[in-house]
Ligand binder design. Structure first.
Ligand SMILES: Cc1cc2nc3c(=O)[nH]c(=O)nc-3n(C[C@H](O)[C@H](O)[C@H](O)COP(=O)(O)O)c2cc1C
Length: 189
């Protein structure tokens, strides 16, 4: 599938650590994009902890984050799994993005993926993430599922995704996201 008009995916990782496997998974995605698709990776670290007292107006870093989401044609979230759920950093970002006015997650096509050092590759975190995204009116893509288990074997020492099967699933996910976006938010919408 060739994407005819420029298509922007904004991606972020739920891990703040420097050598994060999930951030590395996003960088692998940047190497596997379909033609015509660009990926802009953003960092959640500048976001303050959500506080309902400080949303009128939003803090500057939150405004910047919300604008980046709003300008995206689709989102790509790399979610670690902490204690069978998503990380606090990711939940915090989604809480900021969920708030009115013009919540930028509303109607936004989203693909999710994750890498963990455990055996289930963020399966439980991804289920929670789907539930949250659906609640806030985003449009999560169903399949393919990208679950990178035992991440220390799937990435090399430089953080390159070397697991061939995982690279294939990731490539398929990006193509499916472009197709899903065309279906659920066509250019005329
Ligand atoms: C607080 C905490 C809880 C964790 N809970 C889980 C878990 O429930 N399931 C799992 O597979 N891995 C769990 N892990 C291990 C993570 O998969 C591992 O630290 C992974 O590298 C985190 O993602 P990152 O590399 O992107 O930072 C946990 C790690 C931490 C720090």
């Amino acid at each position: 599938m060739t994407i005819l008009k420029p298509f922007l995916i904004v991606g972020f990782s739920g891990s703040l650590r420097k050598s994060s496997y999930n951030s590395a998974l996003l960088h692998a995605a940047a190497e596997l994009l379909p033609p015509g698709v660009t990926l802009e990776i953003i960092d959640l670290a500048p976001l303050p902890m959500f506080n309902q007292d400080f949303e009128k107006p939003f803090p500057e870093a939150v405004n910047a984050f919300r604008s980046q989401l709003a300008q995206a044609d689709a989102l790509l979230i790399a979610s670690p799994e902490y204690n069978s759920s998503i990380t606090g950093a990711l939940k915090n970002a989604l809480d900021w993005a969920s708030r009115s006015p013009q919540p930028p997650l509303q109607g936004k096509p989203v693909a999710i993926m994750g890498a963990s050092t455990g055996n289930f590759g963020t399966l439980r975190a991804q289920l929670h993430l789907r539930q949250i995204l659906t609640h806030v009116g985003a449009l999560p893509l169903g399949k393919p599922e990208v679950l990178v288990a035992r991440a220390e074997q799937a990435f090399d020492a430089d953080g390159k995704l070397v697991d061939t099967a995982a690279r294939g699933f990731l490539r398929d996910l990006l193509l499916a996201l472009a197709k899903w976006s065309a279906r659920v938010s066509p250019p005329s919408a």
